[in-house]
Write a new protein. Structure first.
Length: 201
């Protein structure tokens, strides 16, 4: 990215303000810095669009090799200048065209870029094998072996005295006795007195 003379003057004033924070920037300097920032962002976006266009065109030329070798090599050089990083297919195509001096030079350049990317690639975080990961319970349930979370509103029970076996439900809640059947007429050993009929007149 190249800057014009006016843009370089804006950068110089911005650096002077950054190095001397006690010196307040004028309104015009602030506006010039904002305009320069917008211009840089627009140039970056335009460069990304150009690189995407070149990479898409590069794929079509690569698919038609070796008949399109001249166009492919020129497009690859333009794409690398626009920020494209060489892919595995690019390296394979250049190896097949290494008899061409331009292809040999591009192959060396792409190898250097690929090695640089590998050296600067962040270390991958080790992943736990799927067989060792903990299974999660379904919503509303809990995994086997998990204990229910204690209720914060209830105090934790304190155990006092020696350990005793846990009583059975029958010991804690004895079965209720069924009520006795209502008593019938009292039974006596004396026979019932014969009924006496009153004789008329």
């Amino acid at each position: 990215m190249a800057f014009s003379a006016d843009e370089l003057r804006v950068l110089r004033r911005a650096l002077a303000v950054a190095l001397h924070p006690s010196k307040a920037a004028s309104v015009a300097d602030v506006q010039d810095c904002l305009d320069l920032s917008d211009g840089i962002n627009e140039a970056i976006d335009e460069g990304a669009r150009l690189c995407a266009f070149l990479v898409a065109d590069l794929g079509r030329y690569r698919a038609a090799l070796p008949g399109t070798a001249a166009g492919y090599l020129q497009l690859l050089a333009d794409a690398l200048a626009a920020g494209h990083r060489p892919e595995v297919d690019d390296l394979a195509a250049l190896r097949a065209l290494r008899g061409n001096p331009l292809a040999a030079a591009l192959l060396d350049r792409c190898r250097a870029l690929a090695e640089h990317d590998v050296r600067n690639r962040p270390a991958a975080t080790p992943r736990v094998p799927a067989s060792r990961t903990r299974l999660l319970a379904l919503p509303g349930g809990r995994a086997e072996g998990d204990k229910p979370a204690p209720d914060p509103k209830k105090p934790a029970p304190q155990r006092t005295g020696p350990d005793r076996p846990v009583p059975t439900p029958a010991e804690v809640f004895p079965p209720k006795r069924r009520p006795a059947a209502p008593a019938g007429p009292a039974e006596t050993d004396e026979p019932a007195a014969p009924s006496q009929k009153l004789a008329a007149g």
